[in-house]
Write a protein that binds this ligand. Sequence first.
Ligand code: NAI
Length: 330
Amino acid sequence: MNIVFFSAKKYDQESFETINKHYGFELRFFDIHLNAETAPVAAGADAVCVFVNDQLDEACLTALAAQNISLVLLRCAGFNQVDRAAAQRLGITIARVPAYAPEGVAEHAVGLILALNRKLCKAHSRVRETNFSLDGLQGFNLHGCPVGVVGTGKIGAAFCRIMLGFGCDVYAFDTMPDSALIALGVKYISCNELFTSARIISLHCPLVPETYHIINNEALGLMPHGVMLINTSRGGLIDTPAVIQHLKTGQVGYLGLDVYEEEGNLFFNDESEHILQDDVFARLLTFPNVLITGHQAFLTREALHNIGETTLNNAKLEFNGKNCGNRLPI
Ligand code: NAI
């Protein structure tokens, strides 16, 4: 069986080729996004394997179906990039990797918090220049700090456990509260209550119509002055121009992002030789209290192994006419 990979990086190829020794599929790797125009690259494939910024809209899925490709393997958990209704209509099965290393993503969110709070990037640059001044490096104790978590699924729950370990007061909002977290001391409150009471807010809900721009002008207006916002989930959860306005007034005191709404044109590529065309992103880069990583929260050794193993097992089961158990809900 033949699987064509889109948006494939060196680390994807190395990981999948190692794991594929136990599966024996024919794998072809391309470092281009999948969309309606690039779909013909998959000619002859039995399945395509894609990542977070491949656009599985109706046009792209139609182009795949025209080549008799009826299996799409997402090597990620989120599936906001998929037109599920179109896939169902076209008879295309979409399988994903629902959990590969939730702790790793949560740990990255905590890394952003620590780096922003204790100004680690600035401190590192100063020490490299033998500037040992501490002016402007003051942080605050996480112990006793009210932390709000939006979405307490696998990643949000791991994040809650870490923050409880720091001695934070952890508040959460989720449409399906987790009794195990309540037993650990997490307090579920409404979304607006969370926005008004937390000094650090970390987003771990999926991007769905109900959560699109959940951080907007209105929500930002509810938050305490100087709030820290962390988003390792999906860029579309945040209305970025609104956050920029609130960064300018100091209402948002810290912003840590691993995802960005328009990241599809930027992230995962070396753009250092090109002129940055995205003025919103360029403005974000000017703030000393904004820390951005390029969608790397997932990137741990354990995650790559789990992604490869689950994806190829999904392929094996589906090629054998079985439901792999990781199909997207309709
Ligand atoms: P999950 O499905 O285990 O948890 C999502 C949680 O959000 C669930 O508890 C669900 O009830 C809750 N939720 C759904 N709608 C909600 C709403 N309207 N308001 C509040 N809560 C709501 O997902 P998991 O594995 O924890 O992943 C969360 C997100 O993290 C994914 O959707 C994905 O976008 C993102 N992600 C980012 C990665 C990165 O590298 N930056 C890597 C992996 C996932």
